[in-house]
Design a protein around this ligand. Structure first.
Ligand code: NAD
Ligand code: ZN
Length: 247
């Protein structure tokens, strides 16, 4: 139950100039119906997902990879942003220095209306050309041809960071900068086991930020948090945001 000024208890006060950075993970989209990758309720409990994922292979610009992505894209196309995604849009509109970093590839933050989103792991609604480097929007599912092709004629790969691949340097540098500059840092729905995202809240702490975690379960980050709220994102974040304005 959040009924007091959490910010005040952390020594901060609400004002548009407060530097706020948010890191989200798969947990923020669970209440929208997007399955997670790990544990109970994960995508891997679905035999079709496992079968299609096993056929996907580097260099990822093949039909088999796109068949797996089309399965995921169809599923996510039926999911809508939830109250947590929308609260982050309100926060972006209020704070002058606001940065949203996400590990999610589902595009739900952008669908909700967030403008400044650093998508560390890419976006499943985009394809990337491995020949000319162009990133192409692919909002429709099903796609007409698999694999879809670039304007230059070369087959596209999903614009998603695969396991073991590096994060785009420019995005990573921006995310680390926003983490260092934050006065308030929110960690929502991430298990904190995927690096380098998991290091961002720690970097924020080391640079003086107050860090609040929202997660129904304790995580490896929990012991380091200024405050850890046990709750679901779509229920908890709107309440937390409201609490910022109470005395
Ligand atoms: P994760 O699967 O490792 O952890 C999810 C976290 O969400 C857990 O700590 C869990 O306790 C928490 N959680 C469960 N229900 C919640 C709720 N209602 N509200 C808030 N939190 C809740 O996720 P991760 O840390 O983001 O790492 C997974 C990796 O897999 C990422 O790299 C991401 O790119 C990818 N992934 C993305 C999506 C997506 O785009 N939605 C989905 C699955 C996996
Ligand atoms: Zn091309």
């Amino acid at each position: 139950m959040i009924n007091m000024s959490i910010l005040k208890s952390l020594g901060l006060s609400i004002n548009p100039k407060l530097h706020v950075t948010v890191l989200t993970g798969a947990g923020i989209s669970i209440e929208s119906g997007v399955p997670i990758f790990r544990g109970k309720g994960s995508m891997w409990e679905i035999p079709e997902a496992r079968r299609l994922a096993m056929r996907a292979s580097p260099p990822w610009n093949n039909k088999e990879t796109w068949e797996f992505y089309e399965w995921r894209r169809k599923l996510v196309s039926q999911c809508k942003p939830n109250a947590a995604h929308y609260t982050l849009v309100e926060m972006e509109n209020y704070f002058e220095n606001f940065c949203l970093i996400t590990q999610n590839v589902d595009g739900l933050h952008i669908k909700a209306g967030s403008k400044r989103v650093l998508e560390l792991h890419g976006n499943m609604w985009k394809g990337r050309c491995m020949k000319c480097g162009k990133i192409i929007d692919l909002p429709e599912t099903p796609l007409k041809t698999l694999p879809p092709c670039c304007e230059c004629g070369y087959p596209l790969r999903p614009h998603v960071v695969q396991f073991g691949e590096p994060i785009d340097n420019k995005i990573l540098i921006e995310a680390l900068k926003a983490s260092k500059e934050a006065e308030l840092f929110l960690v929502i729905g991430t298990s904190g086991v995927v690096s380098p995202a998991s290091q961002m809240p720690i970097l924020a702490l080391e640079n003086g930020a107050k860090v609040i975690e929202i997660n129904p379960n304790p995580t490896v980050l929990t012991p380091y948090m200024s405050l850890s709220i046990r709750g679901k994102a779509a229920e908890t974040l709107p309440k937390l945001w409201k609490s910022f304005f109470t005395d």
